[in-house]
Design a binder for this molecule. Structure first.
Ligand code: FES
Length: 254
């Protein structure tokens, strides 16, 4: 069967067709200087579905309402500053394409859960970073000044490769129902960063970190819901890392 030939005018019209569509962003706004209650506000914008949710937020902030408040820095999935709940799921706005989240319906955007909202999409990250600091996220060696680099076999390096990928965006911790409860739980991100050093053959403070996580608000509060693994934008097997830390606490082998 002959293939229908597109006439020239039709081809030109098609090539000039706008890629833009109208999308509704439904954003949960909160401004403590105006009201104690958060409210949902709709914004309709024209956007190319191949653009990202972060681009949509920029359009709103720059062209419609300059008071919209959110964090972002690198805009390329590296700094971890723009984790938010998009259509009910924790994601990085800079890594989420409009076309992948059904732009025919309003796209809901709200702050991550379990941390105090300061304004709009910005939360107080201090409890999250305190838990991170508490697990000593740095190499510890005792009186072992190296005169050259500390060597490690490829197998030993592989042991904690996955957990080196964390960008501290809090998508995992703020997707955890245990963390939502009271915010006292260390949370997945802190445990992931403890894992990164506990299983590092060059480190000498594994026992100390395990004892820190043996606390009532430590690793045993994990209920293995896998929310953290689902939420991680870096694809880290977060729940598996937590299980490995639990096992190390029981066997004292790491
Ligand atoms: S803005 Fe840096 S990770 Fe998204």
């Amino acid at each position: 069967m002959a293939t229908p030939v597109m006439d020239k005018a039709e081809a030109v019209a098609k090539s000039q067709a706008s890629p833009y569509i109208t999308v509704t962003f439904r954003i949960r706004r909160f401004n403590p200087e105006v009201s104690d209650a958060a409210v949902w506000e709709d914004f309709q914008i024209e956007i190319d579905p191949k653009e990202r949710v972060l681009d949509g937020l920029h359009k709103i902030k720059w062209d419609v309402d300059g008071t919209l408040t959110f964090r972002r820095s690198c805009a390329h999935g590296i700094c971890g500053s723009d984790a938010m709940r998009i259509n009910g799921k924790n994601r990085l706005a800079c890594k989420t394409l409009i076309k992948d989240i059904n732009p025919e319906k309003p796209i809901t955007v709200e702050a991550i859960k379990g941390l105090t909202v300061l304004k709009d999409l910005v939360v107080d990250m201090e409890p999250f970073f305190q838990a991170y600091r508490d697990v000593m996220p740095f190499l510890v060696t005792k009186g072992n000044e190296p005169t050259r680099e500390r060597l490690q076999s490829a197998e030993d390096r592989e042991r904690f490769d996955d957990t080196t990928k964390c960008i501290l965006c809090a998508a995992c911790t703020s997707s955890c129902p245990v963390f939502w409860n009271d915010g006292q739980y260390f949370g997945p991100a802190a445990i992931v960063n403890a894992h990164r050093f506990i299983f590092d053959s060059r480190d000498e403070a594994g026992e100390q970190r395990l004892e820190i996580l043996n606390d009532k608000d430590g690793v045993w509060r994990c209920r293995t819901t896998f929310n953290c693994t689902d939420a991680c934008p870096r694809g880290i097997e977060v729940t598996k890392a937590i299980q490995e830390v639990k096992r190390a606490l029981i066997t004292r082998r790491f």
